[in-house]
Design a protein around this ligand. Structure first.
Ligand code: CTP
Length: 476
């Protein structure tokens, strides 16, 4: 069967097939969780479908797989009493209804089977506890014991049981509440919010990987500041990102203040989220000012300064990534680079924009120069319209010059136009420090615009430079 036909058959019949399989083994069965929630919200139909059955989830999965075209493999997680079928681009997860809390990836084995209502009770939010029947007698009926539908319409996150119990069952749900509130722009019910604040320190028993998964989802939402603000208000932020919380507040000495760098950062993150879906660039926006807390100083004459905060900040990125078990690979290096360079285009744009400054910017930022420009444009949060216009205009000039300079000088991924070998040959040199000096001088001359980035021009420059160093050109 062709891929196309396979998908069609699957999409059309998947629930029908599950329904038939369930009837054959005599188990009440329902679609539940994210699929139902997103269906009612009119969000893109999710590819993860959770099926709950009153009885044996693994047996149902096996029966369903037999009925599917191409009989896909069933992955069984015996300890959890769950089974998964990966069919085309869909993931079907089967679970037996349970009395105890529904914990994903929990290491604790499932003990007690329960009814559908028991199972719904133990889920995280009313909007995630909606179930649709796949049973022949009421196929398609909605089972909504906690008025989850109403909460969906009103945009409210509420727990089926008393919030203290639901969050204590699985503290990851505190993060999930904030994540859903951010993704869906929903309110977390007051009692729930209070329970999260009261239990915030239990976040420490949740694995870093799962916390970071939720943080990423918050960061990828249309307006991440919703979640960041909730993390601050509930007190979770001080466990997760204390460096960010340290940016909070305005100090005043002798009547001089600085801006509140926490709220500024949140604005920058929201700004950048309108322009890019690049998760790591969004993280760079979140962390671009973290070096400001440890470098903050008051000077009698000039007021508040944050000298070297970009460099300090980029060092802090490493420690933060390490602590949260985030990848210490090129993603982190990218974030570090963005943080380290985050003030460069602004300094440029405050003055007359020179070619050589732009050339240096492109040289240092390499392939990430466009991302850096996106970050810096998002960083403009001034409420002074005149200033804002001036910065944006100057950035336009910078962008234009980047293109021009690149066309002419190709410094983005700079390769020295004259090699060390050539220098050695030209002056009959053995490996020595002069070679480094000449190479550096060539690079500087190109960045300064003294010579174009071309072999012949660089070669002539090299000959001149060699002479000033007292070197004699070789005879050959
Ligand atoms: N669930 C829960 N508590 C958790 C995790 C999950 O009660 N800590 C339940 C919810 O009913 C949830 C369902 O398990 O709807 C499926 O979980 P999951 O696939 O993680 O999330 P979805 O709700 O499907 O949402 P998303 O795909 O956006 O993560």
């Amino acid at each position: 069967m062709s891929q196309e036909r396979f998908r069609e058959a699957l999409n059309l019949n998947i629930f029908q097939i599950i329904s038939e399989a369930a009837a054959e083994i005599g188990q009440e069965t329902y679609v539940i969780g994210g699929f139902v929630r997103d269906y009612f919200l009119g969000r893109n139909t999710p590819k993860d479908i959770d099926i709950v059955t009153v009885g044996n989830g693994i047996a149902l999965a096996k029966k369903v797989a037999q009925k599917l075209p191409n009989q896909p493999k069933v992955s069984v997680f015996k300890n959890f009493g769950t089974a998964m079928i990966h069919a085309e681009d869909m993931e079907l997860e089967f679970v037996g209804a349970r009395k105890e809390s529904y914990r994903q990836n929990s290491r604790k084995p499932v003990v007690e089977n329960g009814t559908l209502e028991d199972d719904q009770n133990r889920r995280d939010f009313t909007i995630n506890a909606l179930a649709i029947s796949l049973n022949p007698e009421n196929y398609g009926a909605l089972l909504d014991p906690f008025e989850g539908r109403k909460d969906l319409q009103a945009g409210i996150l509420r727990t089926p049981l008393a919030p203290a119990e639901t969050y204590s069952d699985d503290p990851l749900r505190m993060m999930r509440a904030i994540r859903f509130a951010t993704q869906l722009n929903f309110e977390i019910e007051l009692e729930s919010l209070q329970a999260i604040s009261a239990q915030k320190d239990r976040i420490q028993i949740v694995s870093k990987e799962r916390i970071v998964d939720e943080l990423h989802k918050i960061m990828l939402a249309p307006k991440p500041s919703i979640g960041l603000k909730l993390l601050l208000e509930t007190g979770l932020l001080s466990f997760l990102l204390p460096e960010l919380e340290a940016l909070l507040g305005i100090e005043e000495v002798e009547g001089q203040t600085h801006k509140d760098n926490f709220w500024h950062t949140l604005e920058v993150v929201d700004n950048i989220s309108k322009t890019t879906d690049n998760l790591w660039l969004r993280w760079a926006a979140l962390l671009h000012d973290i070096g400001k807390a440890p470098t903050k100083k008051f000077h009698q004459k000039i007021g508040w300064t944050f000298h070297g905060h970009e460099f300090v900040g980029s060092k802090m990125v490493y420690r933060l990534f390490k602590r949260l078990r985030m990848p210490l690979n090129e993603k982190m290096k990218f974030v570090q680079k963005m943080v380290r360079m985050s003030s460069r285009p602004i300094i440029l744009a405050q003055d007359h924009v020179t070619d050589s400054a732009v050339r240096r910017l492109v040289f240092d930022a390499g392939d990430h120069v466009d991302d850096l420009m996106i970050l810096c444009e998002a960083d403009i949060t001034t409420k002074n319209p005149k200033k804002q216009r001036r910065y944006l205009n100057n950035f336009k000039v910078v962008r234009q010059k980047i293109v021009e300079v690149e066309e002419r000088d190709h410094v983005r991924n700079f390769q020295p136009p004259v090699t060390g070998e050539e220098i050695m040959k030209a002056f009959d040199l053995k490996p020595s420090k002069e070679i480094g000096i000449i190479k550096e001088a060539i690079k500087e001359a190109i960045l300064e615009g003294q010579i174009p980035n071309e072999h012949n021009a660089a070669f002539d420059f090299m000959m001149e430079k060699g002479k000033t160093l007292g070197l004699t050109p070789s005879k050959t």
